[in-house]
Design a protein around this ligand. Structure first.
Ligand code: KG4
Ligand code: ZN
Length: 335
């Protein structure tokens, strides 16, 4: 047939995921085995444990995905796998599995950068056409990227320290909300006063696309410590709301500035923090004001999944970017 069907495999963090995507746009089937229950007990992802659970789960996840997609190996045109960045041991499980499947089937092996995957979530269901600007906000990344017609990336800027999601998770832990704290801080923020505290908006006035969230995180911690020392109650909702306001303001300001300076008219927001209600609302308002389009993939495609890896893999295969069976995994990897 003329359909291009790619199996995507994603194991960079704490989800073991597989998906089959047709023509880079249509999800035929997907499976996501989340390890959240396991890691929640430890307040964060335990890398060794993540690797082990990926090993135990990966073949089942792949097999279930093929069944759900109603296809067999011979209906596929390639195997795309996240080769970085992420937890090295976790990545190695997906890469090794993909290599095994590629060897057994003779299908091309397509390495995918995890961030390219997050951005490719916007291509699914024809939601957005290339080119566009992307704001990637996840647990590991905060980047502004220019994405051209061929799905080739130019990095405009990014965080110098903590990623936005990482800051959310750390603040959540400070105020006693369970891992992964981002969504819980988001919920609390809706009940609090966003101007109760004036936290720093680092780098907001600098003429670049860089971010820094570590000073903000420290400011939140200082407010908490002061109250705990005096035996005062910690105003969790107000802290969350004011923290979120600071994060959102910086993200919106820099993204809007990038839109203006590059002349782009479409912004794609990707990564787990794209699920944030405060960010969604603020960016939608700003987009209206500045007359650009903003697209948020559905929540299920914002957090880690393999459909986005298969979609990015399709773009890579179109450009002939396959790899032989010596493919390695990389904890850090530039776009
Ligand atoms: O993209 P993702 O699933 O994994 C990475 O590649 O990092 O992103 C997970 C991150 C976590 O830090 C999580 O707390 C954050 O996304 N997150 C949120 C929300 N939902 C998920 N942060 C803020 N508000 C949310 N609603
Ligand atoms: Zn991710």
């Amino acid at each position: 047939t003329t359909e291009l069907r790619i199996l995507g495999i994603e194991t960079s963090c704490d989800e073991t995921a597989a998906a089959v995507v047709e023509n880079g746009r249509i999800i035929l089937g997907q499976t996501i085995a989340s390890q959240i229950d396991i890691h929640t007990k430890f307040g964060g992802v335990v890398p060794e444990m993540a690797s082990r659970v990926h090993v135990e789960t990966i073949t089942q996840v792949v097999e279930q995905t093929l069944v759900e997609s109603g296809i067999t190996w011979s209906d596929l045109d390639g195997i795309a796998v996240t080769c970085g960045p992420g937890l090295l041991g976790a990545l190695l499980v997906g890469v090794s599995a993909a290599k095994g499947y590629a060897l057994a089937t003779g299908l091309p092996l397509i390495p995918v950068h995890h961030i390219a995957g997050h951005v490719a979530a916007a291509l699914i269901d024809n939601a957005v056409d290339l080119p566009f600007l992307a704001l990637v906000v996840s647990g590991g990344h905060t980047e502004i990227l220019s994405v051209d017609e061929q799905f080739v990336f130019t990095r405009l800027g990014g965080t110098k320290d903590d990623a936005a999601g990482e800051a959310y998770d750390k603040v959540a832990r400070m105020v006693g909300l369970a891992y992964p704290g981002g969504p819980k801080v988001d919920e609390m923020a809706a009940k609090g006063n966003p101007v109760a505290f004036s936290f720093p908006r680092s780098l907001i006035d600098e003429d670049n696309y860089d971010f820094s969230f570590s000073g903000l995180k420290t400011s939140v911690l200082n407010e908490i410590n002061q109250r705990r020392q005096k035996g005062d109650e910690v105003p969790v909702a107000d802290l969350c709301a004011s923290f979120q306001q600071a994060v959102v303001e910086v993200l919106v300001e820099k993204a809007a500035r990038a839109m203006k300076q590059t002349g782009s008219n479409q912004l794609v927001v990707a990564g787990g923090v794209a699920a944030n209600q405060g960010l969604r609302k603020a960016l939608q308002e700003r987009a209206k004001q500045d007359s650009f389009k903003v697209h948020f993939p559905p929540l299920s495609l914002c957090t880690d999944n393999a459909a986005m890896i298969a979609a990015a893999g399709t773009k890579a295969l179109e450009r002939g970017l396959t790899h032989d069976l010596s493919l390695d995994a990389y904890a850090t990897l530039s776009l």
